[in-house]
Design a protein around this ligand. Structure first.
Ligand SMILES: [Zn+2]
Ligand SMILES: [Zn+2]
Length: 282
């Protein structure tokens, strides 16, 4: 079964004309099902968590992030999201998910999400010590950190997400490679730590083409060294586009399937109300 479970409506509004383009692209690429994984920063329920975790001082990073939190964020409640999605489900094959940031207070996240009937949840490391490391506007901050420290932080955050027991999948694993700042030391221990934490939490990986077509690294996440370890731990996977624009839904899907198959993966997950089923990867 062909499905893509990682994409965002947030660049537009919850309006049928805007989202129809995602379904059109899905049809054109032969996807039988898609899933929407709105960022947690779409919803005011998460606002305090961002203000608790992010660097928001007068520094270069803090000033940018203050402004980032003020633009196009927290615009629909989770209830409004579900109402819109249920309406879409009357005419489209679409699942309801969310991509949640690696907040320090995962108990609070659990409380927020408890009452909602999600099909699946993606947990993604978007912040390292309060810094949105993937924002190109503050890319200069990378120069202030030792790369080994960044790998350490990333592994720690991925372990915390896994330990929370809340998520089905780790979003775009090791996208700390996105700016092509690459290690000259052995990162195997970090890859092993993350894979082990995911296996223990019965989580899968998000094989995400977004880093291929939207970022300087131009490679599918996770990169080959982590794919090999994920195969060794037999981690389940999903194949996704991380589309933010309708035409990107399902982008490079077949390339990603071929990529996953080259590491021995033959199955992927389908989701329905937090139940996972393994289906053939095609
Ligand atoms: Zn993400
Ligand atoms: Zn995403």
């Amino acid at each position: 079964m062909k499905a893509d479970y990682h994409m965002h409506f947030e660049k537009g509004s919850y309006d049928k004309a805007w989202v129809e383009g995602f379904f059109e692209a899905a049809r054109e690429r032969g996807l039988e099902e898609i899933g929407i994984s709105e960022h947690s920063h779409t919803f005011p329920e998460f606002k305090n968590l961002y203000y608790e975790d992010l660097i928001l001082d007068d520094s270069f990073v803090g000033s940018f992030q203050q402004q980032w939190l003020r633009s196009n964020k927290f615009k629909y409640t989770i209830d409004e999201y579900f109402v819109f999605m249920h309406e879409l489900q009357k005419t489209h094959q679409v699942k309801i998910g969310m991509e949640v940031c690696n907040f320090q207070n995962q108990e609070k996240v659990t409380d927020i999400l408890r009452e909602y009937d999600f099909d699946y949840l993606i947990g993604s490391v978007h912040f390292l010590r309060g810094w949105a490391y993937d924002s190109s506007e503050i890319k200069a901050e990378w120069e202030n950190h030792d790369l080994q420290e960044i790998y350490e932080w990333y592994a720690e955050e991925a372990e915390k997400l896994a330990d929370s027991g809340l998520y089905d999948v780790l979003g775009h694993p090791f996208n700390i490679r996105l700016f092509k700042i690459l290690p000259d030391f052995d990162v195997t221990p970090y890859l092993e730590r993350v894979a082990k934490a995911l296996a223990k939490a019965k989580m899968g990986i998000d094989v995400n083409t977004g880093t291929y077509y939207r970022y300087p690294i131009e490679e599918i996440s996770p990169y080959p060294d982590f794919m090999k370890i994920a195969a060794k731990y037999d981690l389940p996977l999903i194949i996704t586009s991380d589309a933010h624009q309708p035409e990107d839904c399902g982008a490079y899907h077949q390339e990603a399937v071929k990529y996953a198959r080259s590491f021995g993966f033959t199955k992927m997950w389908n989701f329905s109300r937090r139940e996972r089923s393994l289906v053939t990867l095609v």
